[in-house]
Write a protein that binds this ligand. Structure first.
Ligand SMILES: Nc1nc2c(ncn2[C@@H]2O[C@H](COP(=O)(O)OP(=O)(O)O)[C@@H](O)[C@H]2O)c(=O)[nH]1
Ligand SMILES: [Mg+2]
Length: 240
């Protein structure tokens, strides 16, 4: 019967890095059920950042980027020998379970994340993450915009008004009404990055009777990431 499992040998291209992007399924309704704060719920972001730490520890990607209900993992060495079915199912399942575990409340119904795989070359890594970070910024402007409009108009009218507006119009509207997005926390504008960071450790070498410097890498959750640039990805050893 094994021969019926026709997708089991499907693999990502050999020697290619990949991005996996997970996205919470129907998190719009989940946000309503959990009564998440609008436009940004700090506890939700705390939970997602813990999920990213779990993913980092379990599957050893070289970089994770998250905002809203989506998580992108960049793999250098691809787990499960690159098997697509394993990657998509195990990592999405792990993410859902970690989310529920860290949220720590009784959920009304089960939740899930979808998952996709994107083979990527070194030259495209920066563009990929810039693309997602731009989306994070659009999300920041729009969610502040809709929150503001809903404080002034009915839900329907607020939705109608924002539909006809571009990002810069919304930004301007907020600014005119005393909401300056420059003052908003960095993670709301740019998302959160998770990567390994070398920590300097100074120990005492008794034999030689002197201090000795060594480096140990640990997982770092960066709530203050800069706008993505080549320099940033070089600094964190993601590109050469
Ligand atoms: N209130 C609130 N909702 C959030 C927050 N982060 C994500 N969400 C919700 O999650 C949704 C994610 O977007 P998307 O994936 O397109 O919607 P989905 O298809 O319903 O999962 C947003 O539309 C919000 O409703 C948050 O910090 N606060
Ligand atoms: Mg979603």
């Amino acid at each position: 019967m094994k021969e019926f499992e026709v997708y089991s040998s499907l693999k990502v291209p050999k020697n290619s890095k990949i991005v996996m992007r997970l996205d919470g399924r129907s998190f719009h309704s989940l946000a309503r059920d959990l009564k998440l704060e609008k436009p940004y719920d700090e506890n939700f972001y705390r939970v997602i950042s813990q999920v990213c730490r779990d993913l980092f520890e379990e599957f050893s990607p070289i970089f994770i980027y998250t905002f809203s209900d989506e998580i992108s993992l960049l793999f250098d060495r691809v787990p499960f020998d690159g098997r697509i079915e394993k990657l998509n199912s195990v990592i999405a399942g792990f993410t859902s379970s970690s989310f529920v575990m860290h949220y720590g409340v009784d959920f009304k119904k089960p939740l899930s994340f979808d998952s996709r795989i994107i083979p990527i070359s070194d030259e495209d890594i920066l563009d990929y993450f810039k693309w997602r970070q731009d989306e994070s910024w659009r999300n920041c402007v729009n969610s502040h915009g809709i929150s503001y409009l809903k404080s002034k108009y009915s839900n329907n009218e607020a939705n109608d008004r924002i539909k006809g507006m571009g990002i810069s119009d919304v930004h301007e509207l907020l600014f005119q009404n005393g909401i300056n997005l420059n003052d908003v926390e960095t993670y709301k504008k740019r998302g959160i990055g998770i990567y390994r960071q070398n920590k300097k450790i100074v120990g005492f070498n008794k034999k030689e009777n002197k201090n000795q410097v060594s480096y140990r890498s640990s997982i770092y959750i960066d709530w203050e990431i800069p706008k993505f640039s080549e320099e940033f990805f070089r600094q964190i050893n993601v590109i050469e």
